[in-house]
Write a protein that binds this ligand. Structure first.
Ligand code: FE2
Length: 691
């Protein structure tokens, strides 16, 4: 039995979580609930979330409740799939006010164990059976394996990655199966196309599907977007009917964090941005938070109260943000109320080796500066998607720029006023969350401190200054370029530097970042600066490819102008086949791309590598889809990238279809004062330009 007593659990959990609790019985007993599986009445399946050593959250939705105010359900949790040894039974209500979703927190459980659960209505009609697993006890020295994923789009692709994950997990002995799935966001995409929007029914290589229709909704530019909580709920309902996603949620506990698309594509705090449309959207942020809370079982904090039955949405209005504090946080009261309606950053401990710190990259962040209209003169059509690094540093730092903020920024012949001169440095975490994060990081006693961060942390840069004369006009910047614009930690230099300096100064070892969002696989070393500045890694960094949403390699294949003089850097062709040459540009530099184009020889291309461009990158595949698995143990952390072919259609086979490659990146645990090292092994398949 857990050492935490029943009374402590109920008091603590009630304070933190609300009242729908179940406590395990001292003696397991056969189920006394009549149960006939009716998946059609629980169309979004079941889920579990945020396991602790002694408790876990269970979830379902009574999908056929119609206009009933409440549906009474019985939740059961057992030590076996046949429910011969039931350890907890609880009554719970699925309220119309929560879209008939239902959460139950079960406590008094054994650490590091598998359990099975189900929900049943008063007529004996039940959900499918889910499996979950409690966290290992804090002194448990066994290795921990978990997967991390992001970016699934059921309108544009198939979730074969989950099928592959299930298939591989089933082959392993229980002790080596995945502990949980860390979902780093873009669980849904709120920008939706209807059949009439794109008569050809295709985007890039994708056949469009139309499972989502917003009851309210509005059209903004080319997309339909959600307006009300009913709209955001419609997204989750549709997505959770995907059979592979639903099977994954029924097999493992999920630990979810939103990225941008759970609220709004280019949104920040409560602001929506659609190209040049910028508008306040406090009502939509609250609606997005409400639907997320209803559909993602997670130990998060609601401003409205601790009830597990429903989300108490604060009444807010859409009011322009015009006053910001010294950390870029909009002080407009509706902004603060909407953001504060749900606080999702949190940590999870799993055994002796894993502390997982999960942060929110969108609710508190300041406006991304390089995307502002005033920054437009800092890009050039001759160099698509590249932005001068020195300008990015000026814009990121605002008034904190070392040596004083310059009045203007030069880019070729252009002189652009520094519109960030008097503003605070960019923040992604915001002051309060950052203080929490640094305190937790410093206080962690686990072997590995893993930062679950939806936004990538590795610089993505290119060396357009090395494009040979005569190919196109010379690069107008002063040196290196940032690729793909700003938005994540790859260009949040000041804040990333502050965090990595804390890691270095406090001698924190075993520091690893895991991210999503980029729709590409990246492995490398976490460092605040790159040459010509000092390159001093403080940890390892891994980014997973998307489950199914299209990535930039696919976009370039379709969109990049065929006759552009630099096509070989972005979407080259070798031997009559399209190649993901943008990988080489980001990892080895423009001369590698040109050498590859000229010779068709990848080894020769790598020999032309610019060693100063990306000493932090060991692997990058902008065309990869799939998932990543992190295994942490006493001596090392190992991250495996499981890459599948572009998931255009659902695989018919139980393994989820073929693999493109499997690559493992191993980081031996380093000691204080030592430098982290990354070793790499291709286990199967061919990552081609990714190495
Ligand atoms: Fe995404």
């Amino acid at each position: 039995m857990s050492r935490v007593g029943r009374r402590d659990f109920l008091a603590g959990a009630a304070a933190a979580m609300g009242a729908t609790l179940a406590w395990s019985a001292p003696t397991p007993a056969r189920s006394r609930t009549r149960w006939v599986e009716r998946r059609d009445l629980f169309a979004q399946g079941v889920a579990s979330g945020d396991p602790a050593p002694d408790s876990v959250l269970l979830w379902t939705r009574a999908s056929s409740a119609g206009d009933a105010d409440a549906v009474a359900l019985t939740a059961e949790l057992a030590e076996d799939a046949a429910f011969e040894r039931v350890v907890a039974t609880a009554s719970a209500r699925a309220l119309a006010a929560a879209d008939h979703t239902c959460r139950v927190l079960v406590g008094g459980l054994q650490p590091g164990r598998f359990y099975w659960y189900r929900f049943t209505n008063a007529s004996g009609e039940g959900s499918r059976i889910g499996r979950t697993r409690t966290a290992a006890a804090a002194d448990d020295g066994a290795p921990v394996r978990f997967s991390f994923v992001s970016c699934q789009n059921v309108c544009e692709g198939a979730q074969n990655a989950y099928r592959r994950m299930i298939f591989e997990d089933e082959q392993r002995p229980p002790a080596e199966q995945l502990a949980f799935v860390l979902h780093l966001g873009d669980f849904v995409y709120e920008v939706v196309e209807y059949p009439e929007d794109r008569p050809e029914g295709k985007r890039y290589d994708r056949r469009l599907r139309y499972p989502v229709h917003f009851p309210d909704g509005e059209k903004v530019l080319a997309w339909h977007v959600p307006v009300t909580v009913a709209d955001y709920r419609a997204l989750y309902r549709a997505y959770l009917q995907d059979p592979d996603l639903q099977d994954a949620r029924a097999r493992w506990p999920f630990v979810p964090m939103w990225d941008n698309h759970e609220f709004s594509w280019q949104g920040w705090q409560t602001v929506q941005v659609f190209r040049d449309i910028v508008r306040p959207a406090q009502t939509r942020k609250v609606a997005a938070n409400q639907a997320w809370w209803e559909y993602q079982p997670a130990r998060v904090r609601k401003a409205g109260g601790t009830s597990l039955e429903r989300f108490e949405a604060p009444a807010v209005r859409d009011v322009k943000l015009d006053r910001f504090d010294e950390h870029g946080l909009g002080q407009e009261p509706n902004n603060l109320a909407a953001i504060g309606s749900l606080t999702a950053y949190r940590s999870l401990r799993w055994g002796r080796h894993l502390d997982l710190l999960i942060t929110d990259q969108h609710s508190y962040r300041s406006e991304e500066p390089s995307g502002r209209a005033a920054a437009a003169p800092l890009s050039s059509d001759a160099y698509p998607d590249l932005f001068p690094e020195e300008a990015m540093r000026v814009l990121d730092a605002g008034h904190a720029h070392p040596g004083g903020a310059p009045e203007s920024i030069r880019f070729g012949d252009a002189t652009v006023p520094n519109f960030r001169r008097t503003e605070p440095p960019q923040t992604i975490l915001g002051a309060e969350q950052k203080a929490w994060f640094l305190e937790r990081l410093r206080g962690s006693r686990a072997t590995w401190k893993v930062w679950g961060n939806s936004a990538g942390t590795l610089d993505w840069r290119a060396d357009p200054q090395n494009v040979p004369a005569g190919l196109t006009t010379p690069w107008p910047g002063g040196g290196y370029a940032c690729f793909g614009g700003g938005g994540d930690y790859g260009t949040a230099y000041v804040e990333r530097g502050e965090i990595y300096d804390a890691v270095a100064k406090d001698g924190i070892t075993g520091f690893v970042t895991v991210s999503g969002d980029r729709h590409s696989f990246w492995a490398g070393l976490a460092a605040k600066d790159l040459p010509p500045r000092a390159f001093e890694p403080v940890g390892a960094a891994f980014i997973t490819g998307s489950i199914s949403a299209p990535g930039l390699a696919e976009a370039f294949e379709h969109r990049f102008p065929k006759d552009h003089p630099l096509r070989a850097l972005y979407a080259g062709e070798v031997g009559g086949k399209p190649r993901t040459t943008v990988n080489l540009m980001l990892h080895h530099g423009v001369r590698s791309c040109l050498e590859y184009q000229r010779t068709g020889d990848l080894q020769a291309a790598r020999r032309a590598s610019n060693a100063d461009l990306a000493p932090h990158v060991r692997f990058v595949d902008m065309g990869g889809h799939g998932y990543a698995v992190l295994r942490v143990a006493a001596d090392a952390a190992e991250c495996e990238f499981v890459c599948i072919p572009r998931p255009l259609e659902r695989s018919e086979t139980p393994d989820g279809g073929p693999l493109r490659y499997r690559v493992a990146h191993r980081v031996p645990l380093w000691r204080k004062g030592e430098r982290p090292q990354l070793e790499q092994r291709v286990i199967e398949g061919d990552p081609e330009t990714a190495l």
